[in-house]
Write a protein that binds this ligand. Sequence first.
Ligand code: DGL
Length: 268
Amino acid sequence: MTTRPKVLIFDSGVGGLSVYQAIVEHLPQLSIVYTFDNEAYPYGELEQDVLISRVTSIVVSAVVKESIDLVVIACNTASTIVLPSLRAELSIPVVGVVPAIKPASLLSNLAVGLIATPATVTRQYTHDLIQDFSPHQPVELLGSTRLVDMAEAKLRGYTIDLQELNCILAPLRQKIDVAVLGCTHFPLIKDEIQTVLGKEVLLVDSGKAIARRVAQLLMLDIGRIYKGKREKHKIMSSTIPWEEMALNVELDKLGFGVIQNCPFRRDV
Ligand code: DGL
């Protein structure tokens, strides 16, 4: 392994940046390559076989090209189905992100709300998680692509319409005391979700747990003071339509260079 471990963080869009933030906060010594498949976004509405072949193809190519030491699939929707095929193709660790049902259930006295993509709330993986880790606490499911779009818009400088958010989250109101942000896009609009659900609802996401897992696999001390040079991290997308340029302003603040096109060819 290189002296500065290189980690690939992958998502369909900007959602994985919430995981990136948790990782760099705790492990600033890492070199990050963030890759997102905006050409096939949103993943929450993609056929399973297309999703598996796209993610496997893009991630494997990027790992080889960028000499990556560890992969984080910073997407719940993809993680619920692609991890086995990805691990079969790669000899480096692959960390997935799945909804934090277990900690949420332990914290809840009423019911847990799972807010995720339409795909994640229907996956067998998610239903097994609920059965295994929330056997006594009811879990209310809410799948929404519009919420994902709202997070994408926020990163491009748009303000979230709280009335619309209120309508989307209305089915959960008064029913839950803990909400799982089961899509990596949602921590990016956490403040707005908190405003709408009320401060008595606890919001839980997987960011910190992922950072801990990455540290463990790379055998790094979490929170160690880093004195090395802080270089810009790399960011690549599968397509660069003109509006992606609006993202560069936010990405610069987060420590990235300008978005580049993925330098690999996919078969799908
Ligand atoms: N950020 C992704 C997730 O965690 C999916 C968003 C999408 O493309 O639908 O599920």
